[in-house]
Design a protein. Structure first.
Ligand code: ATP
Length: 234
């Protein structure tokens, strides 16, 4: 289980996170929800170790990893799929996927993982020799998530997966995320699309101006009057 407690983080003098606390169970989908600039992406960056926490702790299975390098966290199974997909456009789909498995290159299971991803996402198999830059938005997002899976994550954090995708593709992607979670991966979804995210997630945490304000099951969050008023227009 991953636990973050009292996280604070800065960009220069600007405090982006003030007090972020929540837990991720060993599997299932958890959504991190909040308005623009609330600190969702920053929270992922602190968990993945690319931005240091100035206060608070990140604990993985009872061990404090607040000071661990990002490489060490990837080795321990914490993997982030960045917002905007960040694929290498001039490399093929398969080359992008294989790069995702770099941290696990020594275990000899890259081919096995690749085949598994192709069977879960047949569209990617069809496009394996195509340049990533020529894919549609939805296919690029699939490729980015597939690349994250190549690192064999125990925790997969996906930033704004639904951004810019057609509704039918969004539904497919959320279905895929549920499948990944059912295989024992803990998925943390950062989403602005609250309704969609709550439908896909088992649990959710709300963040407002760098502070986590509510955590609970999707049902509890959906029925919370303050959340309804602020995020669901009810
Ligand atoms: P969005 O959905 O708009 O991406 P978010 O909840 O993910 O929002 P963050 O990207 O975490 O928000 O940003 C939190 C705050 O930190 C914002 O005020 C943002 O302007 C600021 N911020 C983010 N990245 C940087 C940076 N590299 N340098 C300076 N300030 C930053």
């Amino acid at each position: 289980m991953l636990k973050v407690e009292g996280l604070a983080a800065y960009y220069g003098d600007f405090q982006a996170l003030e007090n972020v606390s929540f837990e991720l169970p060993d599997s299932g989908v958890t959504a991190l929800l909040g308005a623009n600039a609330a600190g969702k992406t920053t929270t992922l960056r602190v968990i993945s170790g690319v931005l240091p926490a100035t206060a608070g702790t990140v604990t993985l299975d009872g061990e404090d990893i607040t000071q661990a390098s990002s490489e060490e966290r990837v080795r321990r199974g914490i993997v982030q799929v960045p917002e905007g997909r960040k694929l290498f456009g001039t490399l093929t789909v398969e080359e992008n996927l294989l790069l995702g498995g770099f941290s696990r290159r020594k275990d000899g299971k890259s081919r096995e993982r690749l085949d598994r991803i192709y069977s879960m996402l047949p569209k990617l198999a069809e496009r394996r020799t195509q340049l990533a830059g020529s894919l549609s938005g939805g296919e690029q997002q699939m490729c980015a998530v597939g690349r994250g899976l190549m690192a064999d994550p125990s925790i997969l954090m996906i930033d704004e997966m639904s951004l810019g995708l057609a509704p039918v593709i969004v539904t497919q992607m959320f279905g895929f995320v549920k499948e990944i979670a059912a295989e024992g991966v803990s998925v943390l979804l950062v989403e602005q699309h609250v309704q969609h995210a709550l439908n896909a997630a088992d649990r959710a945490t709300i963040i407002e101006k760098g502070v986590t304000t509510h955590s609970g099951t999707s049902e509890e969050i959906r029925n919370d009057p303050k959340v309804r008023e602020a995020y669901l227009g009810a």
